[in-house]
Design a protein around this ligand. Structure first.
Ligand code: FBP
Length: 700
């Protein structure tokens, strides 16, 4: 072996191996760049046209008709390949398709793996149709359109980013073109640049924006096409009869696989050193699709689904009220306290079989579904606003400390309120006191510029786990939270210490009857109470110490909850796309060109049959306007694209629900963790499609 120290720096840096190591471009990226995603059959034909599919119907909001008159009449359009036609029709198609165009493209919102391939697909299709076609990328998201900040997309640029993650090529931003001023600036810039079309790659809000831009630029002849992007997976489109037109936004699969890989590694680590509960929050601003997919991929012990919690009914509370002939409205909807109890129960059940470890998946948007949190926000907003108005001062200046604010609320409960409405009752106070200080503080203080509470600022996993820890401490003191002791281990330990397990066992365990795991009796919760039990049963006398072997068993039965919290989001969002996302996005890019070349506007590019075999994928355009409805945004009603939440009737959710107990694995057997493995770009991959899609496509 060469002595490294003797090699000169120059030689070292020029060494073939070292050059490879310090090269910014890894082997993986080289392979990615050279991968050519398969394309749908229609794109092999020299031309494509659009065929109206008027058998799909939508519930159209009257307001959309008013605000988006030029695009509300759009139909779903199918991209159809054309080899050759007779005479004039063919000439028209050729002329339209091959006309030289300038197409602008922008990324909007959070990154999602596959975005670069949308550009690559669009670029390749545009250049194939006419090498004079130009694709222009707007920098830094919609700000690039407003400010006219752009770059010409070249072959070199496209080749550098083929099949590579991130939105690095032209960056992204969250600005919305939501004022007349921004809209006019955008329109003027697009006109000045001679754009024929603009492509908005974004989520629900960005596609909403695309629809308004399509309306605004209609008379200028500038077409606007949307592309369904977001790792959250909440752009899913069905028509009124439930026909699936877009099963999933792009980027979801990669992000879910990335989270699942990391979480499944925690499952392995956790079940090896058996001492940690790993609590993993996964992105998804509102919908829990990512958490659901992670559950399917990893079989983590407990996965919370926000949409499921919203439906919660406290049956005990409801039944008691019914017996009294009244309806207890507080029984409907999940509270933070109850949710923490659900987690405690899972932890205790596993502890009872000796598993003082596990993995919990929490969706980022969870708190959106807790009625109580929503109610707190509404009530506190109103209390603070009322106070400010009545006193002509700022609530936070009068009550700078959390304790002062809480005291103000308590006074309201006691009826000694200084002003304002009596909407804060004893139950609010009780529930509010149950939540950790830092969350109380957040609820009382943090508001964005529109006066809205910022969920994203809350460490949901910490809020919950603090409540869990507090409650488990109480249960521990009551002797109800114990780690189960393996019966065989107990017997061996006693025998080794010269003690009779059949004498000690019944005295300290509540189930010394052959169960594989024994639980220490509830009234034994300290060394003193342990001794008391042994003395009571005549196992030892008052003067004897507790035998060390018995003490050791007792100490093992006392749970120590060690929690590690993790957040998976930005990492998966920046990951290199799975083959599924590579194929999907490249074909989306090609679909965009077909829509543009055929004069479409106000349409969202999509691939129908995404959940089926690739040979059945069908490029289509979906009209955006009919998908919009009125929602409250920043205190006003606005037309927006509806987010798709987890459907509790879907196969994917029902499977996860049915497997809950199995995956909790509160049994002496092994856990049921599943290893999805790392993303494999080359070679055989375990699965090619999001599991959610596979499951949801199954029908009788
Ligand atoms: P998009 O809807 O724009 O794709 O972004 C979704 C998301 O990745 C969420 O999962 C997450 O809550 C959010 O972005 C984080 O936003 P930010 O980048 O502003 O921190």
């Amino acid at each position: 072996m060469t002595d490294g120290a003797s090699v000169s720096m120059e030689t070292l840096l020029n060494h073939e191996v070292v050059r490879d190591i310090i090269d910014d471009v890894s082997q993986e990226i080289k392979e990615r760049r050279s991968f050519v995603p398969p394309i749908c059959d229609v794109f092999y034909t020299p031309y494509t046209i659009l065929q109206d599919e008027d058998h799909y119907h939508f519930n159209i909001d009257q307001e959309t008709k008013k605000q988006l008159p030029n695009i509300i009449g759009n139909n779903v359009q199918k991209v159809v390949g054309v080899e050759s036609l007779e005479g004039a029709a063919m000439d028209t198609i050729k002329e339209n398709f091959s006309r030289s165009r300038t197409i602008g493209i922008v990324f909007s919102g959070g990154p999602a793996p596959g975005g670069h391939n949308v550009i690559a697909g669009l670029y390749d299709a545009a250049k194939k149709a006419n090498p004079a076609n130009k694709v222009i990328g707007f920098y830094m998201g919609p700000d690039g359109i407003i400010e006219g900040n752009s770059v010409i997309i070249t072959k070199e640029l496209v080749d550098k980013y083929r099949n590579v993650g991130g939105f690095t090529m032209i960056k992204t931003g969250r600005t919305k073109i939501d004022s007349q001023e921004k809209m006019s600036l955008s329109r003027e810039n697009c006109k000045a640049m001679g754009l024929d079309a603009i492509v908005v790659v974004g989520g629900d809000d960005s596609n909403t924006n695309a629809a308004f831009m399509a309306q605004e630029m209609f008379d200028d002849g500038i077409q606007v096409i949307g592309v369904p992007k977001t790792i959250d997976g909440d752009i899913q489109v069905k028509d009124v009869h439930g026909h699936v037109l877009c099963a999933m936004s792009f980027g979801f699969h990669t992000a879910a696989r990335s989270f699942a890989k990391n979480i499944s590694d925690l499952c392995s680590d956790g079940s090896s050193d058996v001492k940690y509960w790993h609590v993993c929050k996964v992105m998804g601003r509102v919908a829990s699709h990512l958490a659901l997919e992670v559950a399917l991929q990893t079989h983590a012990n407990l996965t919370l689904i926000g949409e499921d919690l919203a439906n919660y009914i406290d049956m005990e509370r409801k039944n008691i009220a019914e017996e009294e002939g009244i309806i207890d409205y507080t029984a409907f909807g999940m509270t933070l306290r109850h949710l923490s109890r659900v987690i405690c129960k899972a932890i205790m059940k596993r502890a009872a079989v000796g598993k003082n470890y596990g993995v919990i998946v929490i969706p980022e948007g969870l708190l959106e579904f807790i009625d109580e949190v929503q109610i707190f926000i509404i009530k506190l907003n109103s209390i603070i606003a009322e106070y400010n108005e009545v006193h002509d001062t700022d609530f936070h200046i009068t009550f700078p400390l959390l304790e002062d604010k809480l005291e103000y609320l308590r006074r309201m409960v006691r009826g000694i309120r200084q002003s304002g409405p009596t909407i804060w009752n004893a139950r609010d106070d009780e529930l509010f006191n149950d939540i950790p200080d830092f969350f109380q503080e957040g609820l009382l203080r943090e508001r964005d510029s529109h006066g809205n509470f910022q969920f994203s600022q809350v460490k949901t996993e910490k809020v919950l786990m603090q409540m869990v820890e507090d409650y488990l401490d109480i249960l521990k003191e009551k002797g109800r939270y114990k780690v189960g002791i393996n019966n065989d281990y107990f017997r061996r330990s006693m025998a080794k210490a010269g003690l009779d397990p059949d004498v000690i066992g019944p005295s300290i365990f509540r189930n010394y009857n052959g169960d594989p795991f024994c639980l220490v009796k509830e009234d034994i919760f300290t060394h003193k109470t342990l001794k008391k039990a042994l003395v009571r049963d005549g196992v030892i006398t008052e003067d004897d110490p507790v035998p060390p072997a018995v003490m050791k068993i007792y100490n093992k039965s006392v749970p120590k909850l060690k929690v590690q919290t993790h957040f998976y989001g930005y990492d998966g969002r920046g990951g290199d796309p799975t083959r599924f996302d590579c194929k999907y996005t490249y074909n989306l890019g090609m679909t965009v060109f077909s829509l543009v070349a055929n004069g479409a506007t106000g349409q969202m590019a999509a691939i129908k049959n995404l959940e089926k075999d690739f040979s059945l994928w069908e490029p289509i355009g979906i009209p955006i306007a009919p998908l919009m409805h009125l929602e409250e945004r920043g205190g006003k009603m606005a037309l927006v694209l509806e987010k798709s939440l987890v459907d509790l009737e879907s196969n994917a959710f029902r499977v996860v629900k049915a497997m809950r107990d199995t995956w909790l694995s509160a049994t002496p057997d092994e856990d049921h963790y599943r290893k999805p493995g790392p993303l494999r770009f080359t070679g055989a991959s375990e699965e090619e499609l999001p599991m959610t899609l596979v499951l949801n496509s199954i029908s009788d």
